[in-house]
Design a protein around this ligand. Structure first.
Ligand SMILES: N=c1c2ncn([C@@H]3O[C@H](COP(=O)(O)OP(=O)(O)OP(=O)(O)O)[C@@H](O)[C@H]3O)c2ncn1[C@@H]1O[C@H](COP(=O)(O)O)[C@@H](O)[C@H]1O
Length: 133
């Protein structure tokens, strides 16, 4: 997946300087970060609506649109896919899974606090369904 995203990111960067009349990406760059953010939010909502509606094919299509608009926003912000992979690796090292670290109060909520590695999740046994309440 990261290869696909990195290829898409490179294509987005290359399209940035194309004619906005011929390139949707160039048009998005011309219209600026607010439009990019609006499109990203729209795609996220479309993924949610289709997921809630159980429309798997639509979720796949809208997720591709979401990732496209996300790479456009990354490019606009000067962020590369590698920056994201590095952050996910950092979280995995700290937490064992790619999870958001709790924010530190001391650092004004900016930096993560060192946390003890997660204990192995305890999975409750599946109890037989009670019949009759
Ligand atoms: N991967 C994508 C990609 N995914 C989605 N989209 C666009 O994003 C839109 C998302 O669907 P929407 O219906 O929400 O958007 P829309 O209604 O068509 O547009 P609006 O009227 O809402 O502005 C699609 O219609 C596509 O035009 C993409 N446009 C371009 N790319 C790639 O970006 C690179 C640059 O392409 P150009 O932008 O065409 O130069 C190429 O590698 C392309 O394959």
């Amino acid at each position: 997946m990261s290869d696909s995203l990195e290829r898409l990111y490179r294509a987005v960067i290359a399209a940035r300087t194309l004619d906005p009349a011929a390139s949707r990406t160039a048009k998005l760059f011309q219209r600026g970060p607010e439009k990019m953010a609006k499109k990203l939010a729209e795609e996220a909502i479309e993924v949610v609506i289709d997921a809630v509606g159980g429309r798997q094919d639509a979720v796949i299509r809208e997720s591709a649109d979401l990732l496209y608009n996300l790479t456009v926003l990354w490019a606009q912000a000067g962020i590369s896919p590698q920056d994201i992979w590095d952050e996910m690796d950092r979280r995995e090292q700290a937490q064992g899974i790619a999870e958001k670290l709790p924010k530190s109060k001391a650092a004004g909520g900016r930096g993560p606090v060192p946390v003890a590695p997660r204990h192995k999740a305890i999975v409750a046994p599946v109890l037989p369904r009670r019949v009759g309440g």
